[in-house]
Design a protein around this ligand. Structure first.
Ligand SMILES: Nc1ncnc2c1ncn2[C@@H]1O[C@H](COP(=O)(O)OP(=O)(O)OP(=O)(O)O)[C@@H](O)[C@H]1O
Length: 308
């Protein structure tokens, strides 16, 4: 379990993390989301004792991480896959980590096998591809067989097979009862991997809830409407727009509605005598729910050149 209480970090005038209080439970994959600069990495660094909080505490299994005699056996983390000496082989890198934490040598071979690096473990880490570097970082996190695991953007640079492998690994670590805390910018991946989500923006907590609840809370549930007569569908769209519904004609004969229900759209079509071939609710995506939650919290917004 990871427990944050009033966790705050300021760098000069910048507040990177502001009064964050939450518990990350064992047995679940908890996704950690937020726009660039939201404070995710800073939070993870404070949990691992790599950054001192300005105020508040971050505890791993009830204690400060830095106080553990064998920290890798308490929590493993992939923070920056490039933080490996480029001249050192993957195996030697892990052996050095293992030695300082009283972890037996055979565990190094075990984790190399788990991440699929056994064959290249003798090669210098500087020659590894981005994906291999990520796998080595994951091996390091798993080394101490810890109850708590944190991964900062673990699928960065992985191919589709690698992405699936990471997803299955996260799921199985959680199924073993471990605490799995993982940040990512890939919403579709998070939707498939995480049970719960913690969303932050500008260092502040925006949401801490099960994925299903966050999806259900999305107001942008959309409805697809199709019919054989594009002209009459346009009449329906104009009618609905007059009632505050967003109606986009995505192609002739097909509308996407939001801000209404299938019942009221169906009744409106009936009243106007518009023939429909389809009237179906679309599943809300995490991407949409996330965009709604974080609107106004992005530190960097690209200018589109349009008047706002
Ligand atoms: N060492 C530092 N000195 C000064 N400011 C910092 C430092 N580290 C982080 N910050 C600032 O703190 C804020 C949070 O940064 P952080 O890297 O934690 O965000 P993030 O959510 O991990 O972002 P990303 O998704 O881009 O990785 C940013 O405004 C960043 O510029």
């Amino acid at each position: 379990m990871i427990t944050l209480t009033g966790l705050t970090k300021r760098y000069g005038g910048t507040t990177a993390v502001a009064d964050l209080s939450l518990t990350i439970e064992p047995g679940l994959v908890t996704g950690f989301l937020g726009p660039n600069g939201a404070g995710k990495s800073t939070t993870m660094r404070m949990i691992l004792g790599l950054d001192e909080p300005t105020a508040g505490t971050a505890l791993v299994s009830g204690r400060r991480y830095a106080r553990f005699r064998h920290p890798l056996r308490e929590a493993g983390a992939l923070l920056d896959a490039r933080a490996v000496h480029p001249g050192r082989g993957g195996r030697n890198h892990l052996l050095a980590m293992a030695r300082s934490n009283g972890i037996p040598r055979r565990r190094v071979e075990e984790v190399l096998g788990m991440v699929g690096l056994s064959d290249v473990a003798g090669k210098r880490a500087g020659t590894y591809s981005l994906g291999m570097g990520q796998r080595l970082g994951i091996a390091g996190a798993l080394l101490g067989d810890p109850p708590v695991l944190m991964f900062d953007e673990p699928v960065n640079g992985l191919d589709p097979d690698g992405v699936r492998w990471v997803r299955e690994l996260m799921r199985s670590l959680a199924a073993e009862g471990r605490t799995v805390f993982v940040s990512s910018h890939l919403m579709s991946e998070m939707e498939r991997t995480a049970d719960r989500l913690v969303v932050i923006g500008k260092g502040r907590l925006i949401a801490d809830a099960p994925v299903t609840e966050i999806l259900a809370g999305s107001s942008r549930r959309r409805i697809r409407v199709r019919g054989p007569h594009p002209e009459s569908l346009r009449e329906l769209a104009a009618h609905l727009a007059g009632r505050g519904v967003t109606a986009d004609e995505v192609s002739p004969g097909e509308l996407l509605l939001s801000g209404t229900t299938v019942e009221s759209a169906g009744e409106a079509a009936h009243r106007l005598g518009v023939l429909l071939h389809e009237l179906s609710p679309l599943e809300a995506t995490l991407e949409q729910a996330y965009m709604e939650l974080t609107a106004g919290s992005t530190e960097f917004t690209a200018s589109t050149g349009e008047a706002r």
